[in-house]
Structures are given as structure tokens and as C-alpha cells.
Design a binder for this molecule. Structure first.
Ligand code: PEP
Ligand code: MN
Length: 359
């Protein structure tokens, strides 16, 4: 075959590609029109019987050289892409997606802004145990320049025999101490009915890993007007995590933060496995602030500092860590809570690394 002949055939292919593109675009526009009619009629967009019939007819007419299976496969792709065109925009791109909103969401909890460049440190005990305990931590946090304190009042524990938290009394303690030191509070809520109540006491509600797919809780959080810190489920994929956040945002509450807290893997040297890749992925795919909980993800005090550095280097908007005045006596997560001096050192070293940028 001469090179001139090859050139001619290639030109012929290029022309066919253009014809095919024109036909595909025409087909796409018709599919969109059909989609509008089906939407108005309230009929399902996907019609498997009709799709089967079209594929059968095409196979009948097929003269080769592609075999019937290949033809069917190619057309199935076209049908699927056409179906996508029929979906309303809202279902194609999640509200939490960067494709829907390119600029970072900045969450506001009282006077604290989270996301959009500066870093946030969230520290405090795993559980609220007493007024004195929270007050001691709060005073130290304030002195260290930390304005956001955490503390669980409703504790989702693996065993029903373990400390379940002080409940509303715990929220009340958080409020009293936060008022004294001008702090912002985060606490986990585990029941949809408690969200309204929680708003009287705390500034951010946490939805814990075990409740990431508690859809009624997510919907209730969506109706609330209080920022939400959503933890990644114990074995949740990125897709599941973002869809969980979508429940809250779709419900009308755009003030959502995501927090990677480690996932369950076969590794036993850490409590969970910190999925650092989740940070750039979430930042890329979503406009919501992304935090990293170095306490629950690692469960090991001696690696929390490098993991926090890694999180910030990967693009996280903030860090969460647990601090207790006397960790060995803690009623939950005793082994992973830092003492106050340990926290002070941790925070000083993180700032000295140059990775932590305050607003
Ligand atoms: C917590 O932060 O107190 C907690 C229980 O964490 P997680 O839901 O990530 O296990
Ligand atoms: Mn804990």
C-alpha cells in the first residue's frame, strides 16, 4: 500500500469521525427532548425493554465487519450516555462537588471561619466527664490559642456497658465553659431529635463515623441551621462520604465540614488507617472544608505530629486531636488522649513546622 493510499484512507476515516460526531450530537439532542417529555409525563427515563428492542434491531441489520456483540456494546455506551443527558443537572453533579461550586466553602461557627486557606485546630477531651475536666482543658486551650473545643456528650460506644456520655448535662457543661473562655464547641449528636436541643448549647454538631450513613440524622442536620462536622464512616468510600455530605447540603444546610478519621484495614499497629489520600481527593472533588482527626485515625500519640503535618501538607483545612487533663483515668479513649503539656508541645511543633497557617 502506498503512503498516498494510506493518507487517503485516513482522510476518509477523519471525515467519517466527523459524520459520526454530527450524528451523535443530533442523537443526544433528541434524547434530551425525549427526557423533557418523559419528565413532564413522570415516566422513567430508562426503558430496558425499548433498549433491548433497539439492540436486537441493530444486530439484525448488522452486516459486519464488527460482530453483533461489539455492535451491541458500542450502542449500549451511546444509550447510557444519552440517558445521562436526560438526568437533570442536580443529579449529575452533587451540590458538594467542585463542579457545582469552584470556590471553597467557608464554614462559620460563631466568629471562627473554617476553610478557604487558614488552618483550624480542634482539641478537647474524647468525652465530657465533668465540669472541672472540661474547664481545665478549656483554660489550657485558650492559653494555647485554640478557640475550638471538642467533647462528646452522647458517646456511640462499641459496648453498651461502656460510658455512654453525660448527655444533655454534658452539652450544658460545654456551654458554660465555652461562655467563660469565649470558645466554639463541637459535640457529637446521635439522634435526629437532639439536633434542635443541641443548638441551644453547642456551635457545631458532629456526626460520628458510626452514623455517617444514618440518613434520618443527616436529613435532620440538613434542616438545622448549625454547622456540621461529618466524620468519614469506618469503611466508607469517598463516594459514600460525599453522598452523606450531600444529604445535609441538599437538605438546605451548606455549612458542612468533612473529617477523615481513619478507616478500617487489616493493619493492627494503628487504631485505624489514616487515609491521607482522602485529603487531596476530597479537596479536589468537593468545595467543603476537610479536616483530619489524628487521634481516632492513629490511636498512637507518638505519630500524631507527623500525621498532622502530612495532613496539612496534603491540603487539610484543620486538625482534630483529643486532650485530657489525666488521660489514664479518661472514661473513653484513654490511650489516645494527650495530656495538656503533650498537646502544648504538639501544637507548638506543628506551628514551628511552618505548615500550620492561622487566619
Ligand atoms: C469522636 O470524635 O468522639 C468519635 C467518636 O469519633 P469517630 O466517630 O470518628 O469514631
Ligand atoms: Mn474519642
Amino acid at each position: 500500500m502506498s503512503s498516498m493510499e494510506l493518507e487517503r484512507l485516513r482522510e476518509e476515516l477523519d471525515a467519517i469521525n466527523k459524520d459520526l460526531l454530527g450524528l451523535l450530537s443530533r442523537r443526544g439532542r433528541i434524547a434530551q427532548e425525549i427526557g423533557i417529555i418523559k419528565e413532564a409525563q413522570g415516566v422513567a427515563k430508562f426503558d430496558p425493554a425499548r433498549e433491548n428492542q433497539m439492540l436486537g434491531e441493530l444486530a439484525e441489520l448488522n452486516e459486519g465487519p464488527f460482530d453483533d456483540a461489539t455492535i451491541k456494546q458500542l450502542f449500549k455506551h451511546i444509550f447510557k450516555a444519552s440517558l445521562e443527558l436526560q438526568k437533570p443537572d442536580a443529579r449529575k453533579q452533587l451540590l458538594v462537588s467542585r463542579k457545582r461550586q469552584s470556590e471553597d466553602t467557608v464554614v462559620q461557627a460563631k466568629d471562627i471561619l473554617i476553610g478557604g486557606g487558614a488552618h483550624l485546630m480542634v482539641a478537647g477531651p474524647c468525652s465530657v466527664e465533668s465540669y472541672e475536666q472540661v474547664r481545665t482543658v478549656a483554660a489550657a486551650m485558650k492559653a494555647a490559642g485554640v478557640r475550638v473545643i471538642r467533647g462528646g456528650a452522647f458517646k456511640p460506644r462499641t459496648s453498651p456497658y461502656d460510658f455512654q456520655g453525660l448527655g444533655v448535662e454534658g452539652l450544658r457543661i460545654l456551654k458554660e465553659v465555652a461562655d467563660e473562655f469565649d470558645l466554639v464547641t463541637i459535640s457529637e449528636i446521635v439522634h435526629p431529635n437532639h439536633i434542635e436541643l443541641a443548638q441551644q448549647y453547642i456551635d457545631v454538631i458532629q456526626i460520628g463515623a458510626r452514623n455517617m450513613q444514618n440518613f434520618e440524622l443527616l436529613k435532620a442536620a440538613g434542616e438545622a441551621r448549625i454547622p456540621v462536622l461529618l466524620k468519614r464512616g469506618l469503611a466508607a468510600t469517598m463516594d459514600e462520604f460525599l453522598h452523606a455530605a450531600e444529604y445535609v447540603v441538599a437538605g438546605g444546610n451548606s455549612q458542612v465540614m468533612l473529617i477523615e478519621r481513619g478507616i478500617r484495614t487489616y493493619e493492627k499497629w494503628t487504631r485505624n488507617t489514616l487515609d491521607i489520600s482522602a485529603v487531596p481527593l476530597l479537596k479536589q472533588e468537593s468545595h467543603l472544608p476537610v479536616l483530619v482527626d489524628v487521634a481516632h485515625s492513629t490511636g498512637r500519640k507518638e505519630i500524631m505530629l507527623p500525621c498532622a503535618k502530612a495532613a496539612l501538607a496534603a491540603g487539610a483545612d484543620g486538625i482534630m486531636i483529643e486532650v485530657h487533663p489525666d488521660p489514664p483515668t479518661a472514661l473513653s479513649d484513654a490511650e489516645q488522649q494527650l495530656t495538656i503539656p503533650q498537646f502544648e508541645q504538639f501544637f507548638a511543633q506543628l506551628k514551628a513546622s511552618g505548615l500550620f497557617h492561622e487566619r
